[in-house]
Design a protein around this ligand. Structure first.
Ligand code: SIN
Ligand code: CO
Length: 375
């Protein structure tokens, strides 16, 4: 890990004292950081229909929000401060994926995505709180952050985004490029651009019990096979034909009691659920793939890396790739485990790979690419 990232704290100290507990301002967390892409490249992404973005403006008539793809003219506007927020930058920009990996002391299953915002002077999304932990890393320019631990979480009514009705900041800082602010869930915050600026939000995910239950029931219904069929050999003539008799409910309740699950099934569900790519993610298998021999040579020379969109997670009994359980034997494959944890494999390791065919298959699916960079 980059030694300055947590301002001199070890990951252990940070997790014990700050994570999900209180904010931390880290000056020069990433010295020399000025962002990973130009303003123009970011604004071009915001115009892409495959990219999730929001344009937020505070005009004379109040707050306005526009979902992407954004219009070029809106991104050239000079009147009224505005900001555009681009989600999932790590999914298509290799350097974004690498930036997320700086936070490798937190399990990948907790990482959500990298959002990058560009704002004109005075731009921002207004005072609000999020339900998730976030690291707010300043890219170019400056942003003034004001925060509060207030319990008053009422929002302005009828606003198109969640704006706190009565924000009472207790602390404030101006962040410079490379500075970073960690915020736990539910801390009120308001970031206002001082001149034009970009901010990189490394966000985390924490599924709600309801989301997990819905996901699990969906997973389970594809796997259960219950015995039996409703039967009533002792049926008596109906006096009220519309009535559902208690005996019918009794019998159905007993049939449904066959639905059972155990921890192994939960583990299997969790692996699939958490490694599931986001809804709009599609992979691009190579148009004219290299031969297995050419591929082996390429990775032996430069190494390989997972596609930024690929999710490869490991649990006690299995590996999960993009929502699917990988063949049992994969757990024995130390290269695959290293690939999951580091998201890349160095050339030396590729040269002596235990299962080169497995890596080649990942390449054919567009989940893995030979590294073009020299090692
Ligand atoms: C931003 O404006 O870049 C950050 C948005 C937020 O406060 O979550
Ligand atoms: Co926020």
């Amino acid at each position: 890990m980059i030694s300055t990232l947590l301002g001199g704290l070890t990951p252990q100290q940070f997790l014990t004292d700050y994570w999900q507990k209180k904010p931390l301002l880290i000056r020069q967390a990433l010295p020399d950081f000025k962002g990973i892409m130009s303003h123009d490249a970011l604004l071009a992404m915001a115009q892409d229909e495959d990219v999730e973005s929001r344009l937020v403006r505070r005009g004379r008539d109040g707050w306005e929000v526009r979902s992407g793809p954004q219009r070029a003219a809106d991104l050239r506007r000079k009147r009224d401060p505005w900001t555009v927020l681009v989600q999932g930058v790590n999914l298509s920009v290799e350097a974004g994926d690498a930036l997320m990996r700086c936070f490798n002391f937190i399990p990948q299953a907790r990482l959500d995505d990298l959002m990058v915002s560009y704002a004109t002077d005075g731009g921002g999304v207004g005072p609000h709180f999020d339900n998730y932990d976030v690291f707010l890393l300043q890219g170019t320019g400056q942003r003034r952050w004001r925060i509060s631990d207030q319990q008053d979480r009422r929002f302005v009514e009828d606003a198109p985004l969640r704006i706190l009705a009565d924000f009472q900041p207790t602390e404030e800082w101006v962040l410079e490029p490379g500075d970073m602010l960690y915020l736990p869930p539910h801390w009120a915050h308001d970031g206002v651009a001082v001149g034009e600026c970009t901010t990189y939000s490394i966000g985390f995910r924490a599924p709600t019990a309801q989301e997990l239950a819905e996901g699990f029931l969906d997973w389970l219904q594809q796997r259960i096979a219950l015995e039996g069929i409703y039967s009533d050999p002792d049926l008596q003539p109906a006096t009220e034909p519309a009535r559902i008799e208690a005996g019918m409910i009794e019998q159905i309740a007993r049939m449904l009691e066959q639905i059972r699950w155990n921890k192994d099934m939960v583990a299997d569900f969790v692996g699939s659920y958490l490694s599931e790519p986001k809804a709009h993610v599609f992979f691009d298998p190579p148009d004219s793939p290299m031969s297995p021999k050419r591929f082996a040579e390429a990775i032996a020379k430069n190494g390989c890396r997972l596609d930024p969109r690929a999710q490869l997670l490991v649990s006690a009994n299995a590996l999960y790739l993009n929502g699917e359980r990988v063949d049992e034997s994969a757990l024995e494959d130390r290269d695959l485990l290293a690939l999951a944890n580091n998201r890349s494999l160095p050339a030396e390791r590729c040269k002596n790979a235990t299962n080169p065919e497995g890596l080649y298959e990942l390449y054919l699916d567009g989940f893995l690419h030979p590294d073009a960079r020299s090692q």
